[in-house]
Design a protein around this ligand. Structure first.
Ligand SMILES: O=C(O)c1ccccc1NCC(=O)[C@H](O)[C@H](O)COP(=O)(O)O
Length: 355
């Protein structure tokens, strides 16, 4: 909406400047920008939330005194359609347990007392300017639903220090326990160890409670997934994060989702990520980054100077060059770095910093 309004305004300016009563037409760049804006608006309709936040016919088990009662005969459409749905459905139960242990009011008190955050975007810009490569967000990742355990000898602080020494701009720390064997404690440990790289809390956020928990645990940035969250929720979590001094990495999987999130007010202050992993098949395809960056929504994001991040499936310097060529300013890399014996060398090699 915002961009369309801007496009129309420049068309009006052009019309007013019409020369000698000629039928005034917007100049070519303005016409192009209007065309892109209209295409982005049309694409946004296709970017609706694809993940159902809870089982449509209720949970398969219901509490019954001290036991769980299994509800029989629920139809197939009550099963998660992909891994993200499975994660999100489980997350609701996890949050209930956390909230019982530490109520939201107590968490708010802790968040108020937390030390200041570090500037996530500035760290990326600085590294990028120094190396000529996209800023690296290196992920502290022990396991994943697609690969199982990736690094059996997992020491989060050692890995974080190695990433920093190798030249990463920022770190991403997986906090999900059930599916990624991560934890909020890892985030706390890395911060407490004095690692200077700003930290992204890689959590599947569905409630504001998690945003406060991220801040209390030392995060400088949070992940928000457009497939899970409608714009109303994204806007709210962005506001909460901003009020706590954090930025958001808003992740999309399709052009439609990108077009939709571009409608969010103030989205330019945050980062937009394109995740190359298909949620149904787990296959990664870097060409997705290129396709989305070349789409009207991708062009609009670039025109607005939004920091774009290529995520998942980046293994080699050629992969880095490919997504950089597509226009991203940062990359998020987990598996290819974390499974190396020497993650610092892995970072230098991936970014060709030794050459
Ligand atoms: O990693 C997975 O298998 C996965 C499955 C389902 C949802 C999300 C998943 N990963 C989260 C991520 O976004 C990646 O950890 C991150 O982009 C790094 O990816 P990679 O370099 O391929 O490890």
């Amino acid at each position: 909406m915002q961009s369309l309004a801007a496009g129309s305004q420049s068309a009006v300016v052009q019309r007013r400047a019409g020369f000698r009563g000629q039928a005034a037409r917007p100049a070519a760049p303005a016409r192009r920008s209007m065309r892109i804006s209209c295409a982005v608006e049309a694409a946004a309709d296709a970017g609706e939330v694809s993940i159902r936040r809870r089982p449509p016919r209720g949970n398969e088990t219901q509490p019954c005194g001290p036991f769980d009662y299994k509800v029989r005969g629920l139809p197939d459409d009550n099963q998660p359609r992909n891994i993200l749905e499975e994660i999100v459905w489980y997350k609701a139960k996890e949050i209930d347990v956390w909230r019982e242990r530490v109520p939201l009011a107590a968490l708010l008190g802790l968040a108020k007392k937390a030390p200041p955050t570090s500037d996530f975007k500035a760290a990326i810009a600085a590294k990028s300017a120094a190396t000529g490569k996209p800023g690296l967000i290196a992920e502290v990742k022990k396991a994943s639903p697609s690969k199982g355990v990736i690094q059996p000898d997992f020491d989060p602080v050692k890995i974080a220090r190695a990433y920093e020494a190798g030249g990463a701009a920022c770190l991403s720390v997986l906090t999900d326990e059930k599916f990624f064997q991560g934890s909020f404690d890892n985030l706390k440990l890395i911060k407490a160890a004095g690692v200077k790289c700003p930290l992204l809390c890689k959590e599947f956020i569905v409630e504001a409670y998690q945003v406060f928990k991220a801040r209390v645990s030392g995060a400088d940035a949070i992940l928000l997934i457009a497939a899970v969250l409608p714009n109303q929720d994204l806007a709210y979590f962005m506001k909460v994060a901003t009020s706590l001094g954090m930025v958001c990495l808003i992740e999309v999987h399709t052009e439609g989702e990108l077009a939709r999130v571009l409608q969010l007010e103030g989205v330019e202050q945050h980062l937009l990520g394109i995740n190359n992993r298909d949620l149904g098949t787990f296959k990664v395809d870097l060409a997705l980054t290129r396709r989305i960056m070349d789409s009207p929504a991708g062009l609009e994001a670039q025109r607005r100077g939004i920091l774009m991040v290529g995520e998942s499936g980046i293994f080699t310097p050629d992969d880095v060059a490919f997504v950089q060529g597509a226009g991203v300013g940062a990359i998020l890399v987990g598996e290819s770095l974390v499974k190396q014996g020497d993650p610092a060398a892995g970072v230098r090699q991936l970014l060709s910093l030794d050459a």
